[in-house]
Design a protein around this ligand. Structure first.
Ligand code: DON
Length: 347
């Protein structure tokens, strides 16, 4: 009855409203199911990567730092943390291991925060070496700089650039920056620190070479010591993945919402990771996984998919380049399955 009295325009507008509501409902439902599907896909791929490589025994725990040889070699964990803070895990993701060289890009980020990205470019450099992480030759090959912040010499130089009046203040600044990145309260694994401090003659040599050519910016042995402590900071695979997800999220922690790194520095950090994150295997890594990532002799690797997620593998057996074998395989697998390769067409 009522319709007889409605003007034609009113009927049209009511139909439009009903139609709009239906469209919105359909969109919401499909977005919801796509979200659920993505969550399912991410958990599935993490679990698959874990199952597929858990029995791989290649490589061995690093023993040039005696304490690292004591870490149970069979530990294995895989984690994805998305830029929105969703967490997907499989295996030993809560075991605390030493961050080692995975710390290096984050300290470079701290130096950028304090002094700008040019300071890294001009005082350290950003060229890959094609040589091992502790190569003395690499430190001598480009005399003006310490080559890049991801090899030992450049990482020691990075530490020396963190602005502080004392070694303690410098280390505490680094630690609290890592706390912000991980959204956790981290601390040094004292046994690892003591073990490396007693055996780090080679890093001390780097410190003196840098000092001899004015490429270190605090007292050299003090810088080596703070660097050694930084490498001994304990993290879990989950915490490391939050650090990576902070990079994936443009410098804002997806866990706490705090901006930790200026967005303009994030691409600089990722560029260095892409070019030098795996030392003499960086080319191979770019070729197979196509993601910026950083490795450590503690067995951790963090890879970053800008805007989307971080992927972490933790497995203490490392190869000759000092890169964790199962972590590499797991991240390569996930990158392949989800079409994450930055040089690929994407999905
Ligand atoms: O300076 C070192 O030799 C160790 N603290 C870190 C080396 C490392 O993690 C190499 N990366 N895979």
């Amino acid at each position: 009855m009522r319709r007889i009295y409605e003007k034609p325009g009113q009927t049209v507008s009511r139909n439009v409203r009903v139609f709009a509501v239906l469209i919105i409902l359909t969109l919401l439902m499909s977005a919801g199911s796509a979200f659920a599907q993505t969550q399912e896909t991410l958990q599935k791929v993490v679990q698959e990567a874990y199952e597929k490589f858990k029995d791989v025994k290649e490589g061995r725990t690093a023993d040039y730092i005696p304490e690292l040889a004591k870490v149970p070699a069979d530990l294995f964990g895989v984690v994805i943390v998305t830029a929105k803070g969703e967490v997907y895990t499989a295996g030993d993701v809560d075991y605390v291991f030493s961050i080692q060289s995975v710390s290096k890009p984050f300290t470079a980020a701290l130096v950028m925060q304090e002094q700008g990205d040019k300071a890294i470019l001009e005082k350290i450099g950003v060229e890959p070496t094609g040589l091992k992480f502790n190569s003395i030759l690499a430190t001598q090959i480009i005399p003006q700089v310490s080559v890049n912040p991801l090899v030992n010499s450049g990482a020691i130089a990075s530490v020396s650039m963190v602005q502080a009046k004392s070694a303690d203040e410098r280390f505490n600044k680094i630690l609290s920056f890592f706390d912000d990145l991980s959204g956790a309260k981290l601390s040094v694994i004292e046994d690892v620190y003591k073990s490396e401090a007693a055996t780090n003659q080679r890093n001390r040599a780097h410190g003196y070479i840098l000092a001899a050519s004015d490429r270190i910016y605090s007292e050299p042995m003090e810088a080596v010591d703070v660097y050694t402590k930084q490498c001994s900071i304990g993290v879990t695979a989950k915490q490391l993945a939050v650090m990576g997800a902070t990079l994936a999220n443009g410098g804002v922690s997806p866990l706490t919402g705090k901006r930790v790194i200026d967005s303009k520095y994030v691409p600089k950090v990722l560029a260095i990771m892409m070019m030098a994150g795996f030392y003499n295997e960086s080319g191979q890594w770019a070729y197979t996984a196509g993601l910026p990532a950083k490795t450590g002799v503690g067995g951790g690797i963090v890879a970053v998919v800008p805007g989307r997620m971080s992927i972490v593998g933790f497995s203490p057996r490392v190869n000759d380049a000092g890169n964790s074998v199962r972590s590499m395989k797991a991240i390569e697998y996930i990158s392949g399955q989800l079409n994450l390769n930055l040089f690929g067409p994407g999905k």
